[in-house]
Design a protein around this ligand. Sequence first.
Ligand code: RET
Length: 255
Amino acid sequence: MTTSLLTSSQETWLWIGTIGMALGALTIGLIGRGLGAQAHHAVASFFVCAIAACAYLLMARGQGDILVTQTDVLLTPIGGIVKSTDKVVFVARYVDWVVTTPLLLIGLIGVAIKQGAGRALVSTAIGADILMIVTGLFGALSIDETNKYTWFIVSCVFFLLVLAVVWGPVRAHAAAAGGEAASLYNKLLGILTVLWFIYPVLWLLGSEGTGTISLNAEVGVFAVIDLLAKVGFGLVLVTGAKKLTDGEAVPASCS
Ligand code: RET
């Protein structure tokens, strides 16, 4: 027999996430059929939403969260006192993010850079992004405050590196490309920056950090932000990509 750790409010939000992500994947897939040479944007955005739909389904079914327990034995003159602290961690979120955030960055950076030396920036952004999510998970799994905030700070450093890459050299590539590519890139960059900043704030306020807001509120806000960051971002990308001219050189061996 399994016992769910979820409240009914959390379950409702997780189902909203599941259905929203699945509908988002379908819509993006349909729009992507008319994208021609830009179809790779729709493929990446489709899988971002499909992966998230699976992660939300896992969480809605009560399989995506674990209970982390820390047991301390305090020695006192009258004997040992056992103190146990526990918290729920939605591990499925981090599994989702570690795969989908690189895909989102590929989508964003792919608007600015098609080929050449600039592609090293894709690897830099993705490497930093993966470390941001993995170290964020280490923090979420930590109960000890020093460990928790050390990992939080490490994760924020990698977050700032991701932002430095997309606001600095990649933005310069987009500006050099000019036209539709530059304006689409700046629009997506603005959306991504505003939405991505909400994640560490929510983490700090939620159960992973200070516990200032309830777990019900945290699950609800994460569902809404996740939908905007994946379905919303994906829709802006695929509708914008329709207007992009194809600047990609097709190698002679493939043509
Ligand atoms: C964590 C841990 C605390 C520090 C930082 C974090 C950043 C997370 C981000 C997540 C973005 C997720 C997206 C998901 C879906 O589309 C891991 C919360 C900096 C930026 C965009």
